[in-house]
Design a protein around this ligand. Structure first.
Ligand code: NAP
Ligand code: GLV
Length: 310
């Protein structure tokens, strides 16, 4: 049987091998860098494989991202052109992400930062109650994660819209698409949540121009990638009062450097890239299925478009 390469700084190879063997008992998994003969490898299950290594795997047929995002694969300068690129599409991760997005939306909507501030001053003060149906939540990205989050937030009675590249219909969600509709989407959004993939078209999408189209007092929630946000623009917008607060799970540099202003900013909440973690328990079955398909010459599920880079 051909071999599977495994590499991830975040995920346990022992746990993944154990889970994959439930479906492929004779699996030959090689953990980078101890991969033996590189010519044995036909399938790579990877998260951020150090650059320059794919081209050494002459018989590679498929690269599977150990996450839903694939931007770490497209940063490879020598990405072989003939291999399939696939990714995890895991309902467990969608549930986890929706919980995290809901947590941030509810925190801002229910004035948690304001009440925490009052509590710190031992002040008993009642703020005007928020109206859920008037709270406009906007989700950038209506894919596997964005659709799930948008639907769940809408179920609670929020006024939800989403923005995607191509036109979509999502029950209970006002759908915008394409660059021409981005401004209208931003104009009506009070809590902006980013669940876009990182591509050349979405890099830096949260910048001073786009922020200027959000109403004064809006909030920004980012669980896509750090590179979606131009940090200086966000910090300037918060300090000017245009943006009332931000919750960030992903950063331009990870781990976030200890001297970064986000850590200590009173209006920014920092999370260490944990909103939806990869989970061998829930995702091993689909990876095993993909390995089986690739080794038997069939086309695996969850193929990524090389043209769109997501
Ligand atoms: P997906 O299913 O590929 O969905 C991507 C969505 O973004 C689609 O709706 C797509 O539009 C839209 N989009 C892409 N490029 C666009 C553009 N130029 N303009 C407008 N819309 C655009 O991705 P997913 O599985 O939901 O995951 C999204 C991202 O979440 C991942 O790529 C990753 O970066 C991030 N993520 C983060 C964590 C975490 O723990 N923080 C965990 C998992 C994933 P169409 O529908 O028209 O194609
Ligand atoms: C995590 O960030 C992922 O892309 O799965």
């Amino acid at each position: 049987m051909p071999a599977v390469l495994f590499y991830s700084p975040n995920d346990s190879p022992v746990e993944w091998e154990r889970q994959l063997r439930e479906f492929i008992p004779n699996l030959d998994m090689r953990v980078w860098p101890d991969i033996g003969d590189p010519n044995d490898i036909e399938f790579a299950l990877v998260w951020k494989l150090p650059p320059g290594n794919y081209a050494k795997l002459k018989n590679l047929r498929c690269i599977c991202s150990l996450g839903q995002g694939v931007d770490h694969i497209f940063t490879e300068p020598n990405l072989p052109t003939h291999v399939d690129i696939i990714r995890l599409v895991d309902p467990w991760m969608a549930q986890a992400m929706s919980e995290w997005i809901l947590l941030q939306v509810l925190r801002f909507h229910r004035q948690v930062p304001e009440y925490e501030n009052l509590e710190q001053q031992c002040k008993w003060e009642v703020l005007p109650p928020p109206e859920t149906s008037e709270c406009a939540v906007g989700i950038l990205g209506l894919g596997e994660l964005g659709r799930d989050a948008a639907g769940k937030i809408a179920t609670l009675g929020f006024n939800v819209a989403g923005w995607s590249r191509t036109a979509k219909i999502v029950e209970g969600v006002e759908c915008f698409h394409g660059e021409n509709q981005l401004k209208s989407f931003l104009n009506r959004t009070k809590i902006l949540c980013c669940l876009l993939p990182l591509t050349p078209k979405t890099t830096g999408i949260i910048n001073s121009d786009t922020i200027a189209h959000l109403p004064v007092g809006s909030y920004i929630v980012n669980a896509g990638r750090g590179q979606h946000v131009v940090d200086e623009c966000l910090l300037r917008a918060i300090d000017s009062g245009h943006i009332a607060g931000a919750a960030l799970d992903v950063f331009n540099e990870e781990p976030l450097p200890s001297e970064h202003p986000y850590w200590t900013h009173p209006k920014v909440k920092v999370w260490p890239h944990v909103s939806a973690q990869s989970n061998a328990d829930s995702a091993a079955r689909q990876v095993a299925d993909a390995i089986g398909k690739v080794f038997s010459g069939a086309v695996p599920n969850n193929l990524v478009s090389r043209e769109q880079q997501y």
